[in-house]
Design a binder for this molecule. Sequence first.
Ligand code: CA2
Length: 182
Amino acid sequence: MVPQRVMTQTRPNPDTNPTHERARPVRDMPLILVLNGPNLNMLGVREPEIYGRHTLEDIRALCESAGARLGFSIDFRQSNHEGELVEWIQQARGAVAGLVINAAAYTHTSVALHDALKLLNVPILEVHLSNPKTREPFRHISYIEPLAAAVFAGQGPKGYACLLYTSPSPRDGLLSRMPSSA
Ligand code: CA2
């Protein structure tokens, strides 16, 4: 098993794309990957009555601040492409202590994401800003939920941060994989 600790983290390059990857050293803290699916880069621009006025960058800041309090390093990403999300999940194998995912519309359609998530053996935490179960029927199915240790929906951005505190938490996943001291 690859140790659940990392020495680098990807950060956005504000000069180009908010999701651009650039590795840079951070403190030796367990890594939580936070993945965001299609159109979430439009948060704060349209449909505030459903998704609120916060931007994805606000949510990134919230996750990073909750992560810092809890001793997690946060790798926060967004993609409009299913295959890219699948690749990031594959790369997370053995490298992260937990995954928080708002797969957006892919939640309701993607067997590919479901299959990729099955490869992970750390807690998968599903989050939605709105509550899809109270919206149109096509949003009632989630291909993520059967694999999720916890689901937060309808709480807005704070759902992301709450998931970092929940149980089973990424920390439980991390601890269960640490060599026994006995
Ligand atoms: O409530 C959520 O977080 C969702 O995952 C958001 C998805 C939706 O397909 C899911 O059913 C529930 C949609 C994200 C699109 O976000 C937009 C934000 C601003 C303007 C337009 C879309």
